[in-house]
Design a protein around this ligand. Structure first.
Ligand SMILES: Nc1nc2c(ncn2[C@@H]2O[C@H](COP(=O)(O)OP(=O)(O)O)[C@@H](O)[C@H]2O)c(=O)[nH]1
Ligand SMILES: [Mg+2]
Length: 330
């Protein structure tokens, strides 16, 4: 199951207490102080990884703790520090500390960001020794580690987002581009989770479940719409099976706009799919001409013809390069 939001409680480790100990020396009735300091409690870090299924791992575990430190020891030995805790989270995670409101974005692979600090260790009685106090009995306790609830949500970060009505061929194209193994089916909602693939260094994301009413929560669309926010360009797929292509296009655009107007400003290409279903080339050309009025960046393909898939790949690659060179960030 794909999980893209979660609340967890995290605690950094407690510092160890300082202790009161005395040296035991031969021939001396009273040895000096020798209580060591407590160790430092473990810190907690978020570490980003390229694995979308990470949140699902934490579904049944809502408490996370770094290790507590050890108390001080005799002979002035410090207690061992607690081990740090690293929580692996997917790239694209937005982590909100619910106590402070602070937000952290994990945008790149391998980022490591401090979430909570472990508590400092307390002082042992050796620390309090001075010329006027040879036998201090003071010590301090270790401090508690920081702790907080965190809301974690994931927004996919991708170069290309494949959108379109169910059955438009999104998963099939992702499979062609990236050799992924998404489920392909001729009934709606085969893809219940977004699939990601890589094509020559570009991350391609298959965004399923967009239907009429998705922005209001119909189907599963609302769950996936937010993943479009951080996609650089949209590849809008329209199957030639649709009797009214214009209408099919508009349904999706309307949902995008309803969810977030800014999604409509993203660079978009139109991909007419399943050209094999129309035998007459001229009809396809006519359709392309007509749809070009909506968006001149248009291409038609069938996954059953390698040549047309290759043309699409080149087209997509060129478009991505063009967007990068004109520094389009939307
Ligand atoms: N005839 C034809 N069928 C296709 C083509 N691409 C995909 N399909 C079929 O259309 C159905 C839906 O495809 P899928 O990739 O699951 O669409 P998605 O719902 O948009 O992800 C599947 O049965 C595919 O085999 C194509 O180019 N031509
Ligand atoms: Mg699909």
């Amino acid at each position: 199951m794909f999980i893209d939001e979660l609340i967890i409680h995290i605690k950094a480790g407690k510092g160890g207490d300082g202790v009161v100990r005395w040296l035991h020396e031969k021939d001396k009735e009273f040895g000096g102080p020798s209580g060591g300091d407590g160790g430092r409690g473990g810190d907690v870090f978020a570490v980003s990884a390229r694995n979308l299924n990470l949140l699902a791992r934490y579904r049944n575990k809502k408490e996370f703790c770094a290790e507590n430190a050890e108390n001080g020891k005799n002979n002035n030995l410090h207690g061992a520090s607690g081990r740090n805790l690293e929580i692996l989270l997917p790239i694209g995670s937005i982590i909100t500390n619910k106590q402070t409101g602070e937000k952290i974005y994990l945008n790149k692979e391998g980022e490591k960001i401090l979430l909570l600090k472990g508590g400092n260790g307390g002082y042992g009685n050796e620390h309090f020794k001075s010329s006027i106090n040879q036998r201090p009995k003071e010590f301090t306790k270790g401090k508690l580690g920081e702790e907080a609830d965190f809301y974690i949500e994931v927004e996919l970060i991708a170069d290309v987002g494949l959108i379109g009505l169910p059955n438009s061929g999104k998963t099939s194209i992702l499979n062609e581009l990236a050799n992924t193994r998404g489920k392909v089916g001729d009934y709606p909602f085969t893809t219940l989770e977004p699939n990601l693939g890589e094509y020559f260094g570009h991350i391609i994301s298959d965004i399923p479940g967009l239907i009429k009413g998705a922005a209001e929560g119909k189907g599963l669309g609302h769950k996936f719409l937010r993943h479009i926010r951080r996609v650089k360009i949209l590849a809008h797929l329209i199957s030639l099976e649709n009797e009214d292509l214009d209408e099919a296009y508009k349904i999706i655009r309307k949902e995008l706009g309803r969810f977030d107007k800014e999604l409509l400003d993203k660079k978009e290409i139109i991909v007419l799919t399943k050209t094999d279903l129309i035998k007459d080339e001229k009809t396809i050309e006519k359709i392309i001409k007509k749809m070009q009025k909506i968006n001149p960046n248009i291409i038609a393909l069938t996954i059953y013809d390698d040549n047309s898939v290759k043309k699409f790949k080149d087209f997509l690659h060129k478009f991505l390069v063009l967007c990068a060179n004109t520094s389009i960030t939307a």
